[in-house]
Design a protein around this ligand. Structure first.
Ligand code: ADP
Ligand code: MG
Length: 551
């Protein structure tokens, strides 16, 4: 039919494409499969509104490797392209997109943050191929076409022989990209980018074991058959309505996402919003240790079921990057740098929506099943405490359900705690003094002494709790935190009726005198009040400043 020159100002754009996208060559497959998916879904739409009078059937996409011919084929049964469409969409539009991209990012282009997520579309095929063919037959009654381009702006367009509807893209893999002719490499890529795409994708066949026929002997091998190897689940859980899913479905999907993860998630949050932006997804709370350095690349970002990245920094608030799961949004701009992302209005809204949903979920877990929430507290507190420190909006909500465990295993909200110690644990300025221990074993006798006086002692042992206590001290009125082993106990105003010691006042005096004689260091304090607890009969306290000096 024609040969022609692709209309670009840059004499040869392909070396540029190669150079700039160097770090991310592998995305070519994602781009081609995305196009094949689009073409299929377009046909679905056109048949459903009666505009395409063809049978939609059960179309799928096939990826084939021809090792000897050094080729990769991507075949779909979608709408296909007419000659005119190839000229318009491939020769002009797609290319101008690439050109515009390169123009815009010529200088910053080496910054992988920008490149990594830019879909260069069809032309990304030239990152791995030195020649590309398109063989396509439109659903419209027009002849098939055969387009060939060898990586220069010149192309060749002639009539094709293809009989059935759809498009086949043939990549002649370049010498430096032969890794993509390996089954295992392609399998890994399909698993990474296309695992949840909406049209079934076939890659080779696999052997399936069939049930043994009746009357088969024990030692007879089970019969097998070769079946198509479909690599994706076209209807992943997050695309469904929460009402249609059971708890078990969420757990199954977790296993699908993390096949190597044997521990079950603690709970999930289904995200589902379509205004003012579009976002779906499922987040899972895994059991978290007290370690802030957990792996933070467990949330996967998708765009219309196409995997984009597992680096959601800037989109999900930092404290939530410890969670796992999937976020899918067509509204997150993917073709821009991270600093731009952080300033983007839509992204900010998404981030605060996610924060709100997480807070709401935690709040409802707390309200609906407090006992269970307390049980989970130790495994989730790190996220909540971190969130309270870093996001003011989250702090406001979490303040109502964040728990403060005592050394005896009771859990109080902050308000409950205040209520509990009011009038019993105040200092001379009428401030509430909240006693805490960070190590139950090491601070055992101090804890017992405080308990014997009728004080509550919290167990605060997470790595950022110190910061959170500071935050609480500044955002709440008239409270302060005090370590149980600092010498505060005597300054606290005690409950009047606390049964403190079994000794009479006289007996105490005598005992104290005796002790003071034995102990030479005058800066030590002697306390007898722990007498009736299970701990030591008395406590000798070394002032905190002395202890610190020794450390
Ligand atoms: P984008 O997908 O962002 O539009 P691409 O460069 O990936 O850009 O593709 C350019 C155009 O080429 C598509 O919009 C589509 O019209 C056409 N196209 C590409 N691949 C196919 C295909 N497999 N079947 C039908 N049309 C296709
Ligand atoms: Mg595309």
């Amino acid at each position: 039919m024609a040969t022609g020159k692709i209309n670009v100002s840059v004499e040869n754009i392909f070396p540029l494409i190669k150079k700039f996208l160097y770090s991310d060559h592998e995305i070519f497959l994602r781009e081609l499969i995305s196009n094949a998916t689009d073409a299929t879904l377009k046909l679905k739409h056109l048949t459903s509104i009666g505009e395409a009078k063809v049978e939609y059937g059960n179309p799928r996409i096939e990826v084939k490797i021809d090792k000897e011919g050094k080729k990769i084929h991507v075949i779909d049964q979608g709408i296909g392209m007419t000659e005119e469409e190839v000229k318009k969409y491939i020769n002009e539009v797609a290319f101008s997109g690439a050109e515009e991209f390169l123009d815009k990012y010529k200088d910053s282009g080496k910054d992988s943050g920008i490149i990594g997520h830019f879909g260069l579309g069809f032309y990304s095929a030239f990152m791995v191929a030195d020649k590309v063919e398109i063989i396509s037959k439109s659903f419209k009654d027009e002849p098939a076409i055969h387009w060939t381009c060898d990586g220069s702006p010149e192309f060749d367009l002639k009539k094709g022989k293809k009989k059935d509807r759809g498009t086949e893209i043939i990549l002649h893999i370049a010498e430096d990209s032969t890794e993509f002719l390996e089954d295992s490499r392609i399998d890994t890529l399909l698993n990474k980018y296309n695992k949840f795409m909406p049209v079934p994708i076939k890659f080779g066949t696999k052997t399936e074991t069939l049930p043994k026929p009746e009357g088969a002997k024990e030692e007879d091998p089970a019969p097998t058959q070769e079946v198509d190897n479909i690599i994706n689940n076209p209807n992943p859980a997050w695309t469904k309505q929460p009402a249609d899913l059971e708890n078990e479905d969420y757990k199954n999907f977790y296993r699908e996402l993390y096949p190597m993860q044997f521990e079950e998630p603690l709970f999930h949050i289904h995200l589902n919003v379509d205004y003012p932006f579009n976002l779906t997804g499922i987040l899972y709370f895994p059991r978290l240790t007290n370690d802030l350095n957990v792996q933070k690349d467990k949330i996967q970002l998708y765009q219309n079921q196409v995997f984009v990245t597992d680096n959601v920094e800037g989109i999900v608030p930092e404290f939530l990057t410890m969670l796992r799961g999937v976020i899918d949004s067509p509204d997150i701009p993917l073709n821009v740098s991270r600093s731009y992302l952080q300033a983007d209005g839509a992204v900010k809204k998404i981030s605060s929506y996610i924060t709100r949903k997480v807070a709401d979920k935690l709040s409802s877990l707390f309200k609906n099943n407090r006992e269970d929430f307390e049980k989970k507290w130790n495994d989730i507190k790190i996220v909540i405490e971190y969130g309270m420190l870093s996001e003011e909006k989250f702090f406001e909500k979490a303040d109502k359900f964040a728990l403060y465990p005592t050394v005896d295993g009771n859990y109080f909200t902050f308000e409950e705690l205040q209520e509990k110690i009011k009038g019993n644990q105040t200092d001379k300025d009428d401030k509430l003094v909240i006693l805490y221990a960070s190590d139950k074993e090491a601070q055992h006798s101090y804890i017992e002494a405080a308990k014997a006086k009728g004080f509550e002692v919290l167990l605060m042992d997470s790595p950022i709790i110190g910061h959170l206590m500071q935050k609480l001290e500044t955002s709440k009125e008239k409270i302060s935190f005090a370590r149980v082993d600092a010498d505060h106990l005597d300054n606290l105003i005690k409950k009047e009726d606390a049964q403190i010691s079994k000794l009479s006042d006289e007996e105490k005096e005598t005992l104290k005198k005796n002790l003071e004689e034995v102990i030479e260091n005058k800066s030590y304090t002697i306390q007898l009040e722990a007498m009736d607890s299970n701990a030591s009969p008395f406590i000798i306290t070394e002032p905190e400043f002395l202890r610190r000096m020794k450390e």
